[in-house]
Design a binder for this molecule. Structure first.
Ligand code: 5GP
Length: 197
């Protein structure tokens, strides 16, 4: 998705060879116009899948997931990282180690919002080692719902998450795929291919 790649080049900050900061448009301050375009792109990619629900994780997955839900006209459910006092229904849980915060959270979703009748797309902002996505997969699988695919805004393809999820048989749709963050620079997968041609 060119618009997103251009924005990452312009406003993304490479913090290390493994971490990209995009808090000026995606996960602190949010650009709603860009989120609409991201939502539209996810909706187009999963348009023929008969999606009934989108599942994401708080907090950075919520904005792109809501926009995708808007275009697909389906509800969006987000997993919570902390137990809410009002979230006292039967909970589905899974354990997720956070790549950026280096802490493990038990994430949870109320049973009543996903059923075996659902066909789900999982959406998140980043894919690194795949812990967050796999935690969401685990929760959705506990409900008996089908997983049509995983939609990722920014995939860091040099980390193992995407490959591992594909090996498990999941369709992974990433809107921007980063080949490297070396030398303080973002290089996308398609740029790398162009360089080789
Ligand atoms: P994973 O679970 O795939 O290892 O990491 C994905 C999660 O960690 C995402 O939910 C995202 O919030 C966070 N994350 C992973 N890598 C980055 C990164 O380079 N930058 C930011 N801002 N968040 C990241």
């Amino acid at each position: 998705m060119n618009l997103l790649e251009e924005r990452i080049k312009r406003d993304g900050k490479v913090l290390s060879e493994n971490v990209l900061k995009v808090d000026s448009f995606l996960n602190h301050q949010i650009d709603p116009v860009l989120m609409l375009e991201i939502g539209k792109e996810f909706a187009e990619r999963f348009a023929k899948e008969g999606i009934t629900k989108i599942v994401t994780i708080e907090s950075s997955g919520i904005a792109p997931a809501v926009m995708a839900g808007y275009y697909l006209n389906v509800p969006v459910v987000f997993a919570r990282k902390r137990k809410s006092l009002t979230l006292n229904e039967d909970l589905l849980t899974s354990s997720v180690h956070s790549f950026t915060k280096n802490e493990t959270n038990e994430i949870s979703i109320s049973k009543k919002y996903i059923t075996e009748m659902d066909r789900v797309v999982i959406i998140d902002d980043f894919l690194a080692n795949g812990q967050a996505a796999r935690g969401l997969v685990e929760i959705v699988q506990q409900t008996g719902a089908e997983i049509a695919g995983i939609g990722i805004v920014i995939e860091k393809s040099f980390q193992p998450g995407a490959e591992e999820l594909k090996e498990l048989g999941f369709r992974v749709e990433s809107l921007a795929r980063i080949a490297s963050l070396k030398n303080g620079e973002v290089t996308f997968i398609n740029e790398k291919v162009e360089e080789l041609i």
